[in-house]
Write a protein that binds this ligand. Structure first.
Ligand SMILES: *[C@@H]1O[C@H](CO)[C@@H](O)[C@H](O)[C@H]1NC(C)=O
Ligand SMILES: *[C@@H]1O[C@H](CO)[C@@H](O)[C@H](O)[C@H]1NC(C)=O
Ligand SMILES: *[C@@H]1O[C@H](CO)[C@@H](O)[C@H](O)[C@H]1NC(C)=O
Ligand SMILES: *[C@@H]1O[C@H](CO)[C@@H](O)[C@H](O)[C@H]1NC(C)=O
Ligand SMILES: *[C@@H]1O[C@H](CO)[C@@H](O)[C@H](O)[C@H]1NC(C)=O
Length: 596
């Protein structure tokens, strides 16, 4: 009898605490951990399978029964050796979002909201790889509703073709935007206020968070999100042509290219459509196998974002940062990031300089001369400057410099921005600091790191809740180039504090001197375009029957042709390097295979 009563009591407790939430699409049964609740494997789009493979995400269908939202679903398709966190369970039916909230938020219905975009370059990692304990601790315990959406990766988001009516470019971004629509319309059911949404990303997730913040083509009414956080993100847009080439290579290896004879009678679009149909007819696992075998052959390149309409404005890479939406930002990086990796990166190309070839040549030359000393071509610079530059690898600067470019652009436009640098040396590599927030890549915290964890959690959450990180972390100042130095030393009593001159020498070098150099080269090119044509028109070409203006046109044409040819030669010969391109987040780089 006593036992029975106990069992009944248990049953009662179970019923009373298992929470069922209604959404516009149907009911969800989540899981509780004390005061906290999670709802996992919640679809925000139709499964992108069959005819929907390579297409924009479609609105999810309603479900009738209560949907179980207790356990994580599969990760999106990936199988890469670039990451330390390979996903065990992958499936194409992966457009799900995971939601973390609390009794308090469910009651008040007005908690601020964070949407976390995972890293991995749109090639690996997932929305189901983080530690629940940490996410509850960082976000939910501090009354923030956290949502972690999935998005397609690799070939499943990178079948890039010229004609976007066949397959849209940047599918992963469409997935992310679709998840934001879900958040906007549903988050109140989970206790969140859809007027207080922060997009939050680390590494390539930070890159995406920045891109979405700066694109003038999306979120114009600020209804999708109102604040953004970008941790340790780089920025780089490879060309549409390169992405198309990669998709074609993939199709070839999947035996889906149109037979050359047949192709002769077809337009490019017709061929691409046939290729897509062929790829859609294969199983997802087969495509993943092809992708993996290409990676093993050295082509791990189905990743990244293309700067292309309609998600982005039609501008050059550097111009994207010129007109940010009015979205306050918290951004920064770690001191070391990738200083332990010596990969050579065409930085001027990455940063979007107008004359990348000349600028990168100059950089290599300066580095060489700087380390040897004496004859630096930048006479103003001492050896020390170059020591500092040398102290940071290309791969680190590929993060710190764009971070500062974005900060400057926001400040120039009068938008609040908070810049930090995590300088505690023991764990200041790329993604080390993510542990404090999301619990990945754990390590044993020392006496200082216990405090640093709290500093980190507080600064991000304060920003999400109140719009400023608090605790002495002020807005960055453009003139002073100020930033929050996140450091702690129990022995000396040192604490996090505002400092000036964020990575000064590196920034002076790239954002002052090199930009100036870039401008000069552009001017010189303009001049040399004018000069020879004048000279040439003086030569006697009268026999040719051309008049003066057609001489001029002919000349301009010739010069342009030479330039364009040079451009493409440069492209083709550098494409191999592109394959070697920065892998942010995958931390076991030693496994990387070099090509051929
Ligand atoms: C990933 O690729 C490896 C090597 O081909 C294979 O052994 C493994 O089963 C693949 N994993 C998945 C999830 O497809
Ligand atoms: C998540 O973090 C907690 C707290 O550090 C730890 O006890 C637990 O083992 C972690 N879970 C996983 C799956 O790593
Ligand atoms: C270059 O040197 C001059 C004279 O020492 C100094 O005034 C100026 O600030 C220096 N410029 C840079 C960019 O360091
Ligand atoms: C750069 O490295 C050198 C030694 O390689 C060191 O002496 C110097 O302090 C470092 N500079 C900075 C700013 O870390
Ligand atoms: C803290 O400061 C002491 C004294 O200057 C120094 O020896 C120690 O290395 C510092 N700890 C860290 C982790 O920077």
């Amino acid at each position: 009898m006593k036992n029975l009563r106990f069992i009944l009591l248990l049953a009662f407790i179970k019923v009373s605490i298992s929470i069922i939430i209604s959404t516009s699409y149907g009911k969800l049964n989540g899981k509780h951990v004390g005061e906290y609740h999670s709802f996992k494997h919640v679809p925000f789009a139709k499964p992108p399978i069959g005819e929907l493979r390579f297409q924009k995400p479609e609105t999810v269908e309603l479900w009738n029964d209560v949907r179980e939202a207790v356990d994580y679903g599969p990760a999106c398709m990936s199988n890469s050796t670039w990451t330390k966190s390979p996903q065990k369970w992958v499936d194409e039916d992966c457009l799900h979002i995971n939601i973390f909230t609390s009794n308090k938020c469910l009651k008040s219905k007005n908690c601020p909201v964070a949407v976390y975009i995972h890293g991995g370059e749109l090639s690996f990692d997932s929305a189901v790889m983080f530690n629940d304990t940490f996410m509850f601790d960082t976000f939910v315990k501090r009354d923030v509703v956290l949502l972690v959406p999935a998005f397609r990766l690799g070939i499943f988001s990178h079948f890039v073709v010229e004609d976007q009516s066949i397959a849209p470019t940047n599918l992963a971004l469409y997935d992310i935007l679709k998840s934001f629509e879900f958040v906007k319309s549903e988050v109140h059911n989970f206790g969140g206020d859809n007027k207080k949404i922060t997009v939050f990303g680390h590494s390539y997730g930070g890159t995406i968070s920045s891109m979405l913040t700066f694109s003038t083509e999306i979120n114009q009414d600020l209804s999708l999100f109102q604040k953004s956080v970008s941790m340790s993100g780089h920025q780089y847009f490879e060309t549409l042509e390169l992405h198309m080439e990669r998709a074609q290579r993939f199709a070839k290896h999947a035996n889906c290219l149109v037979d050359p004879k047949q192709a002769e009678t077809m337009t490019r679009s017709e061929q691409d459509r046939l290729t897509m149909k062929c790829l859609q007819a294969k199983s997802g696992m087969e495509l993943l196998r092809v992708q993996r075998s290409l990676e093993e052959a050295g082509y791990s390149d189905l990743k990244g974002v293309v700067l292309r309409e309609p998600i982005f404005p039609k501008v050059k890479p550097m111009e994207l940062w010129n007109s940010p939406n009015k979205i306050p930002m918290l951004t920064g990086c770690t001191k070391i990031e990738f200083d332990h990796e010596d990969e050579v990166i065409p930085l001027a190309t990455v940063f979007g300089f107008d004359n990348p070839k000349e600028c990168d040549e100059k950089y290599r030359k300066d580095l060489k001369e700087g380390t040897v000393g004496e004859q630096s071509s930048l006479k103003n610079y001492s050896k020390l400057v170059f020591a500092d530059l040398v102290n940071h690898t290309d791969k680190t600067m590929a993060i710190t410099v764009p971070t500062k470019i974005r900060v400057n652009k926001l400040l120039e436009n009068g938008i609040p921005v908070y810049l930090y640098e995590f300088t505690y040396p023991k764990h200041a590599k790329h993604a080390d600091d993510l542990y404090y927030i999301m619990g990945v890549h754990p390590f044993q915290e020392d006496e200082n790191e216990i405090h640093l964890k709290k500093v980190y959690q507080d600064m991000f959450i304060n920003f999400i809740k109140y719009g400023h990180p608090g605790d002495g972390f002020d807005r960055s100042n453009l003139e002073k180039s100020s930033y929050f130095d996140v450091y702690w030393n129990e022995t000396t009593g040192e604490r996090p504090q505002m400092r000036n001159d964020f990575e000064k020498k590196v920034m002076d070098y790239w954002l002052k001197d090199m930009m100036e150099f870039d401008r000069k080269i552009t001017e010189e090119k303009k001049k040399s375009l004018e000069k020879p044509s004048l000279r040439y028109t003086k030569l006697d070409l009268s026999g040719s029957g051309m008049d003066q203006s057609s001489h001029l046109l002919f000349l301009i044409f010739m010069v342009l042709a030479v330039f364009i040819a040079g451009f493409f030669v440069g492209k083709c010969c550098s494409s191999r390097k592109d394959n070697l391109y920065v892998r942010l987040d995958g931390r076991n780089f030693e496994t990387v295979k070099h090509f051929e």
